[in-house]
Design a protein around this ligand. Structure first.
Ligand code: C2E
Ligand code: CA
Ligand code: CA
Ligand code: CA
Length: 279
């Protein structure tokens, strides 16, 4: 009874009550956003040496009717905790695949790929593979143009199950990129067992690559690691030409970042890609 009393007291802690309310409001709002049409995708170009665009990473945006644009860092963690990430993730995948199918009919856009972020709870779903394949089939997207970004932190438990799912999708041509590489502590021995196509150098290493010797070594090491494993490598968060040039010298020739383009609407992305197409 004493325990309950203490909990009851805690419940009336005003600060905590505000936090609980805030969270509940946010959760209800997010549920509505997914069902309604408050979510949208921004496209950030992925560019290779010479400026040609190879595709885009899609980044989800929440246009809240009162709060304006809510950044994904403010709702993705909540979506992951509440399970809402499953319906949100389905929406992102479906929207990206529909876009791929649209581009497939336009010669100038047909080669572009779309990279989609996948969260741990999505990958843990027993029917994840079937869901992705159903979405590809329903939309008419080319699976070879779809790249799934998995974070290193996702490879902590149930690695065997994840490897199996990756191979199942790889058999259809779906590609995989290992996101935020170097920020987690996954065992390097997994790397050679995963059917990856690409490592993605996290922006935390790119940011100070010119001023912090440690970040410079890490970036170079990731590039060398990718090369020795026969994988592609892309750097995210490239903001200056000096960073791009350092990475190019290190052997990384694919980039994403504000130096090239911020995440933009699909229309702006299409224009960006076409303007950089060699004529
Ligand atoms: P992320 O996957 O690491 O995405 C890269 C983030 O860096 C994006 O932030 C992007 O806008 C930002 N960025 C790109 N270039 C630059 C640059 O040059 N400088 C700087 N400072 N930042 C840059 P964003 O859009 O706020 O997304 C944050 C995170 O939210 C993403 O990190 C990803 O983990 C998550 N996220 C976004 N969309 C989705 C989604 O559809 N599904 C899931 N599961 N997660 C998502
Ligand atoms: Ca990503
Ligand atoms: Ca990152
Ligand atoms: Ca990332």
């Amino acid at each position: 009874a004493k325990e309950t009393g203490r909990n009851a007291l805690r419940f009336f802690d005003p600060a905590m009550q505000t936090a609980v309310l805030e969270r509940a409001t946010l959760e209800a709002g997010l549920r509505k956003a997914i069902e309604g049409d408050q979510l949208l995708l921004h496209y950030q170009p992925q560019v290779v040496e010479g400026g040609r665009v190879t595709g885009a990473e899609v980044l989800v945006r929440w246009q809240h009717p009162q709060r304006g644009m809510v950044p994904p860092g403010d709702f993705i963690p909540l979506a992951e905790e509440t399970g809402l990430i499953l319906s949100l993730g389905n929406w992102v995948l479906e929207t990206a695949c529909k876009q791929l199918a649209t581009w497939a009919k336009r010669p100038a856009m047909a080669e572009l790929s779309i990279a989609v972020n996948v969260s741990a709870p999505q990958l843990r779903e027993p029917d994840f593979v079937q869901k992705v394949l159903d979405t590809i089939e329903r939309t008419g997207a080319n699976p070879r143009r779809l790249k799934l970004e998995l974070t290193e932190s996702l490879l902590v438990d149930n690695v065997e199950d994840i490897i199996q799912k990756m191979f199942a999708l790889k058999a259809y041509g779906v590609e995989f990129s290992l996101d935020d590489f170097g920020t987690g502590y996954s065992s390097l021995s997994y790397l050679k067992r995963l059917p990856l196509n690409q490592l993605k150098i996290d922006q935390s290493f790119v940011r100070d690559v010119l001023i912090d010797p440690n970040d410079a070594s890490i970036a170079k090491t990731i590039v060398n690691l990718a090369q020795s494993l026969g994988l592609g490598v892309i750097a995210e968060g490239v903001e200056t030409d000096a960073q791009r040039s350092f990475l190019a010298d290190a052997g990384c020739h694919a980039y994403q970042g504000y130096f090239f383009c911020r995440p933009v609407t699909v229309e702006a992305f299409e224009k960006f890609a076409q303007d950089r197409e060699p004529h």
